[in-house]
Design a protein around this ligand. Structure first.
Ligand code: ZN
Length: 269
């Protein structure tokens, strides 16, 4: 698998770009362009919303939008400070709450398309708990983890030779790989294909997510009890959120290590 990745990386070096993940500074190969990812996201997001029941609980919907907009503002401010605002070009942020009490999940597609399912609200408990989840998911998106997972999935499902042409010649397969790569909704779940983020990506999303929530005025220390509640939940069933984001001792230890840096960004409102 690693060998295949190197071949693809080499053969696509001319068409693919290389970018740097903000805050962590990790260099990453981006095989799929931002505009291609955003186009796939718009289609997939529209399909998810039309096939789902949107929440009519005005208080909860307003909370999801408020947390989302505050984190969006933090992300924009952070990228501006880093001189990387261009990475957010083409973002059309949207924050929706889907009414499904059995679905313990939330995600953010490339381009800032966010969905929270009502099933996760008993575990987030309050606005700060929700900011942990949304900060983490938005961090996966702005760090382009979906594009990285797409490379892995395309290699696994289509093979090396097909990867570079799949986007134009095999749009159906591309769309379904996209769905499982960004961890969205039911189509991927039905196939049992919801992918785990790598440990590296999880750690990066925790790091960025803590800083974004802190900049948005939410206490980042609340991330630790949130992940502990999530882990406790898994003793009965494995929620969708945990199948793509394992909550384990490594994560809690990571969060504790990252907290002092995030606290410097925190100004309570
Ligand atoms: Zn994650």
């Amino acid at each position: 698998m690693l060998f295949k990745k190197i071949i693809v990386a080499a053969s696509l070096a001319l068409v693919a770009g290389c970018t740097t993940v903000p805050i962590t500074g990790r260099r990453q190969l981006t095989l799929v362009s931002d505009s291609e990812m955003n186009t796939l996201a718009v289609t997939q997001y529209k399909e998810t919303l039309t096939t789902s029941k949107l929440s009519t609980n005005a208080t909860e919907v307003a909370m999801v939008r408020r947390v989302g907009q505050r984190i969006q503002a933090a992300v924009e401010q952070y990228f501006q400070q880093q001189g990387q605002s261009s990475q957010l070009a083409g973002y059309q942020w949207e924050f929706n709450l889907i009414d499904d009490s059995k679905m313990v999940n939330a995600w953010c597609m490339p381009g800032g398309k966010v969905a929270v399912y009502t099933g996760i609200l008993p575990i987030t408990r309050d606005e700060t708990g929700l900011a942990v989840v949304m900060g983490h998911e938005i961090a996966h998106a702005v760090a382009k983890h979906g594009a990285e997972r797409m490379i892995d999935q395309m290699l696994a499902q289509l093979g090396t030779t097909a990867v570079s042409t799949a986007l134009t010649k095999n749009p159906g397969a591309t769309q379904s790989i996209f769905a499982s790569a960004v961890g969205t909704g039911t189509s991927a779940l039905a196939q049992g294909a919801l992918l785990k983020f790598s440990r590296n990506q999880e750690s990066e999303a925790d790091h960025l997510g803590l800083i974004f929530m802190a900049m948005a005025g939410y206490n980042p220390a609340q991330a630790i009890p949130f992940w502990e509640r999530m882990a406790a939940q898994s003793q009965n069933t494995t929620p969708e959120f945990l199948s793509s984001h394992p909550a384990d001792a490594t994560r809690i230890a990571d969060l504790q290590r990252l907290l002092p840096e995030a606290q410097k960004y925190y100004k309570p409102r």
